[in-house]
Design a binder for this molecule. Structure first.
Ligand code: 8X3
Length: 240
């Protein structure tokens, strides 16, 4: 489980541990993982930077086996139109969302196959399915991740590995919008303003747990999950 130190990653680590999995919670921020592991014995903390080949190789070497890989590390930076996009923001989003998932997938795929019944799960986004103004680099990165997931499912057909994509819409987490707006808490708050019940990280963790605990022959290809108030990317019900 990558990106396990907060948000959907942390909620999923907790949920999978509750389902009986031994969870390797991997992320950069070790102190947060240590806290989680102190609370839940089935969680093992591992420091991981998905942008580093060495760090990913260390993770793979430390694992005796891997039955489920959740590629969750990701995020958005910036909401500028393409015309004003910062190349470094795009590069950063590609590094984590796309290349990070690629690195971890490549490193752990042999173990998933060797498990005899593996699950490779990609946390994408509805931004991987549609584009929106300002979505620029994030939509492009998530589209790439969606495409990588579809390709993997084709390439792994015949291997004992399910390939699952979870594409959430509006999820209110501690950090997603704050990171996107470079720490501007007021702009982050406005994203969810007036939206009755955006999804929570636990809602997404619940969906993930359901997909990975289906019988081995059942592959949930893609699960799109949005709050009731969001009928489509641009169609969000808000109350004042
Ligand atoms: C997050 C969903 O709508 O901000 O992945 O792109 S959105």
């Amino acid at each position: 489980m990558t990106g396990a130190s907060s948000g959907i990653g942390e909620a999923t680590a907790r949920r999978l541990a509750a389902e009986g999995f031994e969870v390797v919670a991997a992320a950069r921020r070790r102190e947060r993982l240590d806290k989680l592991a102190a609370e839940i014995p089935a969680i093992r903390p591992v420091t991981l930077d998905v942008t580093s080949e060495e760090s990913v190789a260390e993770l793979a070497a430390s694992l005796e086996r891997c039955d489920v890989l959740v590629n969750n590390a990701g995020g958005a930076v910036g909401l500028e139109p393409v015309a004003e996009a910062l190349v470094d923001d795009w590069r950063g989003m590609y590094e984590v969302n796309v290349l990070g998932s690629l690195r971890v997938t490549k490193a752990l795929l042999p173990k998933l196959i060797a498990s005899g019944d593996g699950v490779l799960l990609m946390l994408t986004s509805t931004a991987g399915l549609v584009s929106y103004e300002g979505g620029g680099g994030y939509c492009a990165a998530k589209h790439a991740q969606t495409s990588m997931t579809e390709t993997l499912r084709l390439e792994l057909c015949g291997e004992p590995v399910r390939v699952i994509e979870i594409a959430p819409g509006m999820v209110q987490t501690e950090e997603f919008a704050l990171t996107r707006f470079r720490g501007d808490a007021e702009r982050a708050r406005q994203v969810y303003q007036g939206v009755p019940d955006p999804l929570t990280a636990d809602d997404v963790a619940d969906a993930i747990a359901w997909t990975v605990t289906r019988p081995s022959h059942v592959n949930i290809d893609r699960l799109v999950i949005r709050p009731r108030a969001q009928a489509a990317q641009h169609k969000v019900h808000r109350v004042s």
